[in-house]
Design a protein around this ligand. Structure first.
Ligand SMILES: Cc1cc2nc3c(=O)[nH]c(=O)nc-3n(C[C@H](O)[C@H](O)[C@H](O)COP(=O)(O)O)c2cc1C
Length: 205
């Protein structure tokens, strides 16, 4: 059975473009994969903690020597890694905040980027991603336009996500950008129409 992992990270509970599109896409994916299981994680409503000294200490303490608190801290990260590893398809809603991803999505990445679990270094010291065989779809929403034009060099959003996901071994990543949503109603409607046709083409493929 296909497992679809649906992650949202917009701080908006209503009016969010990325939430709207991930929700439509997951419904379409579910319809296309009869019996697919959907797992949801809402990083804005239920944020995972930011990295802390305590967390680092817990990760680097051998399992047998961890305190109860350290074991609890590591278990959260282990559970998040297991949730990711169990997915076949991952759908992420990623609004652009200050030219990059939300801090909640970054905090989630900090939990799932784990040496020995999701990446390792080989004998030559090169990184090897251990998250294999997954298809990622990322629905961004952005006030301006970054996929082309003068602001392209300020896209630390797609570039960052491609970089960090690639480091983990995730290379099958498709972005659907809904851009220019701060440029008036017509621009929003046109960007949404483009994203919905991209979505339909992805489902048909
Ligand atoms: C705190 C904050 C920072 C933002 N920073 C940017 C930015 O750097 N560039 C941009 O084009 N839009 C920026 N925006 C606009 C959002 O990307 C846009 O409203 C997007 O639709 C938000 O996603 P959502 O509709 O899913 O909530 C920002 C919005 C907020 C609330």
């Amino acid at each position: 059975m296909t497992t679809i992992f649906h992650i949202d990270s917009s701080v908006r509970s209503s009016g969010s473009i990325s939430r709207q599109l991930t929700s439509e896409f997951v419904q379409k994916l579910q319809a296309a994969h009869a019996g697919a299981n959907v797992v949801e994680r809402d990083l804005a409503r239920h944020p995972v903690p930011h990295l802390s000294e305590q967390m680092m200490g817990a990760y680097f303490t051998p399992a047998a020597q961890r305190s109860d608190e350290q074991a609890r801290i590591v278990k959260l990260s282990d559970d998040l890694v297991a949730e990711l590893m169990a997915a076949d398809v991952v759908v992420i809603g990623a609004p652009m905040y200050n030219f990059s991803i939300s801090s909640t999505l970054k905090a989630w990445i900090d939990h799932v980027a784990r040496a020995g679990l999701t990446f390792k270094y080989n004998e030559q010291g090169q990184p090897v991603g251990l998250v294999q065989g997954k298809k990622f779809y990322i629905f961004t929403s952005r006030g301006g336009v970054y996929s082309s034009g003068p602001a392209k060099s300020l896209d630390f959003h797609e570039t960052y996500l491609r970089g960090v996901l690639g480091f983990l071994g995730i290379t099958d990543v498709t972005f659907v950008h809904t851009e220019g949503v701060a440029m008036g109603e017509e621009a929003v409607n046109s960007a949404l129409a483009n994203s919905r046709s991209a979505m339909d083409a992805l489902i048909a493929a």
